[in-house]
Ligand binder design. Structure first.
Ligand SMILES: [Zn+2]
Length: 234
């Protein structure tokens, strides 16, 4: 006879946050699952976009990690549906993709609360991103009313995600820099990437990185101050 394992948590601690991994490839799912070992999360897997959608609506996760290429409903459509529904609109999403299509990536960046990681992703990088989103350790400062126990952890993890807003890089920011010229050569600078950061996600800052195609000098443009400075000095 099989002995049933007791699944009760050690104390009357709240349940671990759910992290949903969506990928059609079982090796990839195992790899991502492995990267989450150090995090205190309950990992759930989905094998295609439809499965991921069903699981998200059944039990909205504290975080979704998805690929863009998924059977039935691709990662882009999945993100769009989740963002439109009030139940899942605030779920932080990490998209792992090999796509470099700027239009597709811009579509993702406009949805908000989406971190795009290039594929293949190093598992340390994924773990770091998950930790930065705040799914690993819960703050102890907010007591929860017992009647709210089933709902409270989710909303608490979301507010944690907002508080732990970190800088991230994107090649497809929601706001592109204005047309900027090299002070030396007077030719238009070429945009390479943006860094989004700031104190909270409600008050983000954006720095763009550009280079001169003629003299190859590199520049940084800060949106808040509209200042362009060379990063090659010194
Ligand atoms: Zn130049």
């Amino acid at each position: 006879m099989v002995k049933l394992k007791r699944l009760q948590p050690e104390s009357d601690a709240e349940p671990a946050p759910i992290v949903l991994i969506a990928s059609s490839d079982s090796d990839t799912r195992s790899l991502y699952r492995e990267s989450l070992i150090s995090t205190r999360s309950d990992v759930v897997e989905a094998i295609d976009g439809r499965d991921a959608l069903v699981q998200c609506f059944k039990r909205p996760p504290a975080l979704l990690i998805t690929e863009t290429r998924l059977p039935y409903i691709d990662g882009y459509a999945l993100c769009e549906v989740l963002r439109k529904d009030p139940l899942t609109s605030a779920v932080p999403i990490v998209v792992v993709t090999a796509d470099v299509d700027p239009v597709a990536l811009a579509r993702l960046s406009r949805m908000g609360r989406i971190t795009v990681l290039g594929k293949p992703v190093a598992i340390e990088r994924l773990a770091e991103t998950v930790r930065a989103l705040g799914t690993t350790d819960a703050p102890d400062d907010e007591p929860i009313a017992s009647s709210d126990v089933s709902l409270a952890p989710r909303s608490r993890y979301m507010s944690t995600a907002v508080r732990r807003f970190r800088r991230f890089e994107t090649v497809a920011p929601a706001a592109l820099p204005p047309a900027l010229r090299c002070p030396e050569c007077d030719v238009l600078l070429k945009f390479s990437k943006s860094q989004i950061g700031g104190v909270t996600s409600r008050d983000p800052e954006q720095w763009d990185y550009l280079a001169c195609p003629q003299c190859s000098e590199r520049f940084e443009y800060r949106h808040r101050t509209r200042a362009l400075r060379s990063t090659d000095e010194g």
